[in-house]
Each structure stands twice: as structure tokens, then as C-alpha cells.
Design a protein around this ligand. Structure first.
Ligand code: COA
Length: 432
């Protein structure tokens, strides 16, 4: 049968596609800019037809249907990353949360969650019947190998990306045509603090290095400060709009990469139409599964790999908390530890954790004597290399506990240094 006939055969309404979800099923969906919202909306509107269906996904940008209390007994959410949308539901127990290193997530979903149904977003087929997973390959691509029911929302707004994003319509059981703009992550104006942090981070990045940029406000600030670098590489679980101009201007050209030479390698794209348009039909950008992109052993193969991530608390031991404040789940570990470890193992590599020195309108120091009770450590102190704030750079690698504490106090906000110095004296029985 030619692919056009196959396409017609598989083309159904969203109502028909979701009728193949059984009570008690586990469903995995794509996330972020690739979340198949059109199909999810029809599931939400028909929630009374479903019982005990668990939705598994990651970062939600727009509304999350799955935390609506009226869905209790019909749909529940198991999230792999908290955001402002679902934090309250996770902390209050209305939604569940799974934590694992991002590179392990495809395995965790396949072998532990074991979803029966996968729902993804794809662009319309080309002349040979090939579609693309667009902004998201990460954990979702491999679910098409083993889920019993594979549903795609065919959406003309999804960019056609390459690497492992290309699928054939024969890879799906049901196709639902629903065109709607993708959810976007807006680029916010940079604060002076972010600009200064960007400058410090850029001072640790050399011509020819390969970079990874994490999630949050800092990465775009760093991109602005990289405009005069040369021959950078990009191998990152995700990127936002900030990298587009750097690639267009040739600052990022991937020419020095020791694997995937001349290619930008990504797990998912997380930005606005500017980014979607740039990655659309762009063979220099390769989307790959996250157990490839984030595997520390693969990252380690890239010489001069520099990872840049952010956090919310660092104690005087240099332990990094990035995803919890006390028992409140703020975000997730994502690929932070994957990249910190991979960059550490890379020849000439280094890892940077960059953060504003304070939170909550300067009322709270992010550098603290001890981390808030009940928080989990995200990146252990032995993995940490550079910590950056707007007050400078602390190099913790191989330092004594006293030197680590000194370096961190020196980059804390001045309003909180006396308190930290008092802790130093108490701890080490010597003046700062
Ligand atoms: N005490 C109390 N609250 C704090 C805090 C602190 N020390 N630090 C941050 N917060 C709060 C902020 O006020 C904000 O709350 P709000 O959303 O209610 O305003 C929230 O935590 C998030 O902080 P913010 O500074 O806005 O975060 P960000 O968008 O810049 O992202 C991280 C920073 C650390 C949350 C983000 O980088 C992250 O999730 N990192 C872990 C995952 C990771 O690194 N993955 C690797 C690549 S994806």
C-alpha cells in the first residue's frame, strides 16, 4: 500500500484515537513545546469516559489539564519535572513525581513505568511519508518502539527536524490532524545581575569549547556574552532562543567537536517561534534521544566540554540544591548531574553552576550555612567545580573544606556575608 493510502487509513478524529486508551492505562506524552495539547484537550473534555489513566510527562509550559481536581479517579499525573504550573499539585500530593537522572529516563519509562500508550506531536508528512518529532526527541522517541498504541497529533506548526526525529507514518497507529501554534517559552529581558553572571561564565569559556546550557534565566545571559568567541560547539539536552544568533553568526560552528563534528546535538528545543523556525529543515541541527545526548560517557567523549546549569541553594560544603526548597519540589534534576559528570570526565572539560546570589527580591541568600531541612541534594559536593554568582567565581575543585567555604562566602551577597562568616568561625574555630 502506498503511504498516502496508509495515511488515510490511519487518519482519525481525536475522539476515535483516544478511544483506544483503556481504563488503568499508563500513557506517556511529549512535553514542553512538543506537548500534544490538541489531543490532550479532547481527553480532558471527555474525562468521564476514562478511569485511572496515568499521564507521564515532563516540563509543562502552558496549562496542565492533569492537575484539575475534577479529574480525580479519571486521570492522574506522574511528572518528571515540577514547574510553576504543577508545583502545588506535586507538593500537595494531588500529582505524583518521579526523580531520576535525565539520561536514565528512557529506561525508567520503558522498564519501570511501562506505558501502553504514547502520544506525540509531529509535522505533516513529506513526499515520502516521513514526519518529524520536531522540538522533542528526548525520552519520547523510544516510546514509539515499544508502546502498544502510538498516536500522533499531526500539526503544521511542528518544525521538521532531523537526527532521530524522523519517523514514518507507518510507525504510528492513529494520526490526528490538529494545527495549532506550539507553546512558547518567552525570552525575558536580562537583569543586570544576569548580565554580570553571563560575563563571569563567559570568562570560563574558551574558543573551541563545546557548551551545554541548562534551564532557567541564566543561559540567555551567557549567550549574549559569547558573541566574540570562536569555533564553539553545542551539545545540550535543551536550548532556548539564545543560541540562534550564535549559530547564525558562526560563533557556534561545531568545528572542534570530537564527536558529532559540525553538528549541533540537542534532546529538545525550548523557546519561541524564533527557535522553531531556525531548527526547521536545518540539517546542521540533530535531535537525539536523551540517553545518547545526556549519557555522561558520551559527554565525556567531547574534549573541552563546558556545562552551565543553575541552582537554588549552595551550602558552605559546596553541596548544590537545584530542585527543592525544603520538601517543596521546585523543578527537577533534569540533566544537571549528567552534564556535570560528563564535563568533569571530558579532556579539558569543566562544569559551571551559575546563580544569582539571592532569591525572593534579595531577602534570601542562595549561599547558606546549611541547606533547608528536607531538601534533597541535586549535585554532590565532590562533583562541583565552579560556582558563579554576580559577585564572582568560586573554584571548588580539589579545595580544602575551609577554602571551599571561603570561596563561597566571597561570592555571596554582601548583606549575608557576616552571617556566613559567623558560621565559618563556629565550624572551623577560626576567623574568616
Ligand atoms: N529560596 C526560596 N525560593 C527560591 C530560592 C531560594 N533559595 N531560589 C529560588 N527560589 C524560587 C524562586 O523564587 C522561584 O519561585 P517562583 O516561581 O514562585 O517565583 C523558583 O524558586 C524558581 O527560581 P528561579 O530563580 O525563577 O528559577 P530559574 O527559572 O532561573 O531556574 C532552576 C533555576 C535552578 C530552578 C533551574 O535551573 C533548574 O530547574 N535546574 C535544575 C535542573 C537542571 O539544571 N537541568 C539541567 C539542564 S535542563
Amino acid at each position: 500500500m502506498n503511504w498516502k493510502e496508509l495515511y488515510k487509513q490511519k487518519l482519525v478524529t481525536a475522539e476515535e484515537a483516544i478511544s483506544h486508551i483503556n481504563d488503568g492505562d499508563k500513557v506517556v506524552t511529549s512535553f514542553g513545546c512538543g506537548e500534544p495539547y490538541g489531543i490532550e484537550r479532547i481527553m480532558y473534555e471527555n474525562y468521564k469516559k476514562f478511569r485511572n489513566v496515568q499521564i507521564n510527562n515532563m516540563v509543562t509550559i502552558g496549562d496542565s489539564y492533569w492537575i484539575d481536581e475534577k479529574l480525580k479517579g479519571h486521570f492522574s499525573l506522574n511528572s518528571f519535572f515540577a514547574t510553576s504550573v504543577n508545583r502545588r499539585a506535586i507538593s500537595g500530593g494531588a500529582a505524583d513525581f518521579t526523580t531520576c537522572h535525565f539520561y536514565e529516563q528512557p529506561m525508567v519509562i520503558r522498564e519501570i513505568v511501562k506505558p501502553r500508550v504514547s502520544i506525540v506531536s509531529v509535522c505533516p508528512p513529506d513526499e515520502n511519508g516521513y514526519v518529524s518529532l520536531g522540538t522533542n526527541v528526548d525520552y519520547i522517541e523510544s516510546t514509539l518502539d515499544y508502546c502498544e498504541v502510538k498516536i500522533a497529533q499531526v500539526n503544521k506548526y511542528v518544525p521538521r527536524t532531523y537526527g532521530k526525529a524522523i519517523k514514518h507514518i507507518s510507525d504510528f497507529d492513529y494520526l490526528v490532524e490538529m494545527n495549532e501554534p506550539l507553546p512558547e517559552v518567552p525570552t525575558l529581558p536580562l537583569s543586570d545581575v544576569e548580565k554580570t553572571i553571563g560575563k563571569y561564565c563567559a570568562s570560563l569559556i574558551n574558543d573551541g569549547d563545546c557548551i551545554q546550557l541548562g534551564i532557567g534565566g541564566i543561559p540567555n545571559a551567557i549567550c549574549k556574552e559569547l558573541e566574540n568567541k570562536k569555533n564553539l560547539g553545542l551539545h545540550s539536552e535543551m536550548v532556548g532562543d539564545g543560541v540562534v544568533d550564535l549559530i547564525k553568526s558562526g560563533v557556534i560552528n561545531n568545528s572542534m567537536k570530537t564527536i558529532d563534528k559540525n553538528k549541533t546535538v540537542l534532546g529538545f528545543a525550548y523557546g519561541t517561534k524564533k527557535l522553531f523556525d531556525f531548527i526547521n529543515d536545518n540539517p546542521d541541527i540533530e535531535m537525539h534521544p536523551i540517553d545518547y545526548v545526556n549519557h555522561p560517557m558520551n559527554i565525556a567523549k567531547i574534549d573541552n566540554m563546558v556545562s552551565v546549569n543553575s541552582c537554588i541553594q549552595v551550602d558552605l560544603l559546596g553541596q548544590v540544591v537545584s530542585d527543592m526548597i525544603g520538601s517543596r519540589q521546585i523543578s527537577g534534576v533534569g540533566g544537571q548531574v549528567d552534564f556535570v559528570r560528563g564535563a568533569t570526565m571530558s579532556k579539558g572539560g569543566r562544569s559551571i553552576i551559575a546563580m544569582p546570589s539571592t532569591a525572593k527580591n534579595n531577602t534570601v541568600s542562595k549561599i547558606v550555612p546549611t541547606i533547608t531541612d528536607n531538601s534533597a541534594i541535586t549535585t554532590p559536593r565532590n562533583d562541583v567545580h565552579y560556582i558563579v554568582t554576580e559577585y564572582g567565581i568560586a573554584n571548588l575543585k580539589g579545595q580544602t573544606v575551609k577554602n571551599r567555604a571561603r570561596a563561597l562566602i566571597n561570592i555571596a551577597h554582601p548583606d549575608f556575608r557576616n552571617e556566613l562568616k559567623a558560621e565559618f568561625k563556629k565550624r572551623f574555630n577560626e576567623d574568616f
